[in-house]
Design a protein around this ligand. Structure first.
Ligand code: 1PW
Length: 197
């Protein structure tokens, strides 16, 4: 849950850059957290692990500093070449970007006080990622959500102190996640990349 804190000062929304290093280390933290929730979530974390690893590879190979520089670099080969690649950084970021919306909605629900985390998580999923997933993935995801710990236990394993402190931390973190989401959404809209196969 160190995601938002490491993303840098707020206020960058609208034209700001999303730095790749904090973006990826945020994802690594989130993955560790998912893995700590147990084996039911391993199929969810596995895909995220593969996507983060692919992006690390691109980052190291080309020295990208930000999501913007990655997009610029890949677009330089032309939109058709980009669409034809199944290992592009852009399509991979797009998958994580959609998942980030899910996370944002879920954490907002958690903060709001609804005690049924599985309901929260399913609602957040249906409002975001689900529309991009085939039936079999939707089914498996919905089954996994039933294994989520209760709200109290969830706030506890976030490991940031008392429940009140955990909720306060969510209040601070959610706007950062929102910033990253909207900057990425704008970037991908601008370059017509929101439907990369
Ligand atoms: C407690 C809430 C935590 C939210 C963490 C978000 C993790 C996101 C991973 C969701 C993965 C679900 C199963 C994988 C599906 C892939 O097929 C799918 N990947 C994503 C991220 O949506 C599409 O990737 P693909 O097959 O086009 O490479």
């Amino acid at each position: 849950m160190t995601y938002a804190k490491r993303i840098g000062p707020r206020g960058a929304a609208g034209g700001g850059e999303v730095l790749l290093e904090p973006y990826l280390s945020g994802w690594r933290g989130l993955i560790r957290f998912l893995q700590s929730l147990g084996a039911v979530f391993s199929f969810i974390s596995k895909d995220a692990v593969a996507k983060v690893a692919l992006l690390e590879g691109h980052q190291q190979q080309h020295g990208f500093v930000s999501l913007q520089s990655l997009v610029q670099h890949e677009l330089a080969a032309g939109p058709a070449a980009l669409r034809a690649r199944s290992d592009s950084g852009c399509r991979t970021v797009l998958r994580l970007h959609r998942a980030l919306r899910w996370l944002q909605l879920f954490l907002e629900g958690l903060r709001s006080g609804e005690p049924r985390t599985s309901v929260l998580c399913t609602d957040a999923y249906n409002a975001s990622l689900a529309q991009h997933h085939p039936w079999v993935v939707r089914k498996a995801a919905t089954v996994a959500f039933c294994a989520l710990p209760s709200r109290d236990a969830f706030l506890e394993i976030m490991n940031v102190g008392s429940q009140e402190e955990a909720v306060a931390m969510l209040g601070e973190a959610i706007p950062y996640i929102g910033d990253v989401y909207s900057i990425t959404q704008e970037l991908f809209t601008q370059h017509k990349l929101l439907d990369l196969p």
